[in-house]
Design a protein around this ligand. Structure first.
Ligand code: C2O
Ligand code: CU
Ligand code: CU
Length: 489
């Protein structure tokens, strides 16, 4: 067989490129690692819907959908028939109107993860329930000083969140930087995982799997099995990575190109630093600058031991997360679209100075303990997923805070499994992880609390009165009760 050039191989589509990729990098899918076919197709990005003159109105229909995944047709759920859903691009001060149409068989709702917007009324209100066949008019107003960043949206109906996100309901939200860092291109990379049976149906999840937090066997990027990215050597790209997996931690091995970490959970870091490894818990995002030399690489996620329920006889054991290739990155040949030398990307401009709550008076301190209680008797009913000993109750307010106050929260985990803790509306500044104090301000909205340890954060409860939630972002744990209610007055 005559060897194919890279450009010719691209034109052949899925099968052709997969074959070429397999030859080049040993792309083989074992039964356990994922689907036996697929991989190697050019990366697709969801359509972007951008605001104009301060407004964006979008209709999002959550519905069953048939979608090609890894060379088969899969029965999933999707927003507007696409997996991921459309990317929403907004500026500070914008008004976002979403008509959420529920064409699913179960109730649903919508959450804009990481946006600093009101949780009241028809805003980012996680207590809303939209029945099958119904629709709901959401309105989100970004304050004029809303920080730029990478955020995302997904359903948040208690009891349904893991299943609906696992089925394919998620999409990106981008608030661009006021002074963008010069790059050759920007990519949105939404990572998810899914388990499909031979008929392309999503597999049922057992109770022990839910208690561990379900991990799909096949890891997807923008709904694709190991897509292929092309760049020219020397081109700097900005990747906006989103971990939309219900429970899988991404332990990214950043090898080959130069990787510089720019932002976590959408918030710019105080300094840009080179990085070779990055852990993204469910819900986390990272903005990374990627500058390749000449070559071809696979971006891999490696094992990460997030603990387990060993000794609890639930059949769960530990979950180490199967290693998996996420995408292939090919930087050989000429720049696209015009050939010629790649201009030097130049130094990254100075990042804005971040607010540091350690310089502000703390008006309250509280402790939240995340645990997997061993209640009375045996079996699942005895395994409460609790915060301060309580399971979620939408009718109860667990913590009352004052609008404008700054509080120190100690997030402790007395269970043998990690819990990624997420607070809506207000980001958290991590000040102490285990015995380690942090120097520069580090802001996140999902903070991993490793098994049997604690993390201290500061929160500024700015701007918005209302009721919202904090919870474990292993969405099965949230559905099983590991969620509390906070009210700001
Ligand atoms: Cu991304 Cu309360 O969730
Ligand atoms: Cu959220
Ligand atoms: Cu958890």
């Amino acid at each position: 067989m005559k060897p194919l050039s890279r450009r010719n191989a691209l034109a052949l589509g899925v099968t052709g490129t997969a074959a070429v990729a397999a030859g080049a990098a040993g792309l083989h899918w074992s039964r356990t690692a994922g689907l036996s076919t697929g991989g190697g197709a050019a990366l697709k990005e969801p359509v972007t819907l951008a605001s104009r003159q301060g407004r964006l109105a979008v209709r999002l229909e959550a519905a069953p959908a048939r979608i090609g995944i890894g060379g088969r047709t899969a029965s999933v759920a999707a927003f507007n028939g696409s997996l991921p859903g459309p990317t929403l691009r907004l500026d500070p001060g914008d008004r976002l109107n979403i008509t959420l149409v529920n064409a699913l068989a179960d109730p649903t709702n919508l959450h804009v993860h990481g946006l600093h917007v009101s949780p009241a009324g028809n805003g980012d209100n996680p207590f809303i329930s939209v029945a099958p066949g119904q629709s709901y008019e959401y309105e989100f107003v970004l304050p004029p000083d809303h920080p730029p960043g990478t955020f995302w949206y997904h359903p948040h109906h208690h009891g349904m969140a893991a299943e609906q996100v696992a089925a394919g309901l998620y999409g990106a939200i981008i608030v661009p930087d006021p002074a963008p860092i010069p790059v050759s291109r920007e990519r949105v990379l939404i990572v998810s995982d899914i388990s499909l049976d031979g008929n392309g149906q999503i597999e049922q999840v057992s109770l022990p799997e839910r208690m561990m937090g379900r991990e799909g066997r096949t890891v997807l990027v923008n709904g694709q099995v190991r897509p292929a990215l092309q760049a020219a050597p020397g081109e700097r790209e900005r990747w906006r990575l989103i971990n939309a997996c219900p429970a899988r931690y991404l332990n990214l091995q950043l090898e080959g190109p130069r990787y510089q970490l720019l932002a976590l959970d959408g918030r710019l870091l105080s300094t840009v630093s080179d990085t070779g490894q990055l852990l993204l818990a469910p819900g986390n995002r990272a903005d990374v600058l990627v500058t390749p030399g000449e070559g071809r690489w696979t971006l891999r996620t490696d094992r990460y031991d997030r603990g387990g329920m060993a000794g609890m006889m639930m059949g769960g054991g530990t979950s180490a997360g199967t290693p998996s290739g996420l995408l292939s990155f090919d930087a050989r040949g000429d720049p696209v679209p015009e050939p010629g030398p790649v201009p030097e990307p130049g130094p990254v401009p100075r990042l804005p100075v971040l607010r540091d709550l350690r310089e502000e008076p703390v008006t309250g301190r509280r402790r939240l303990d995340f645990s997997m209680g061993t209640g009375q008797g045996m079996g699942p009913a005895a395994m409460g997923f609790t915060i301060n000993g309580k399971e979620f109750d939408a009718g109860r307010v667990d913590e009352t805070v004052s609008v404008g106050s700054v509080e120190e929260w100690t997030l402790s985990n007395s269970s043998p499994m990690d819990h990624p803790v997420h607070l809506h509306v207000w980001p958290m500044q991590i000040i102490q992880e285990g015995a380690r104090d942090l120097t520069g301000p580090q802001w996140q909205d999902v903070v991993n609390i490793p098994a049997n340890s604690e993390v201290k954060v500061l929160v500024a409860f700015d701007s918005f009165p209302g009721r919202t939630v904090f919870h474990c972002h292993i969405l099965d744990h949230e559905d099983l009760g590991m969620m509390g209610v906070v009210e700001a007055r």
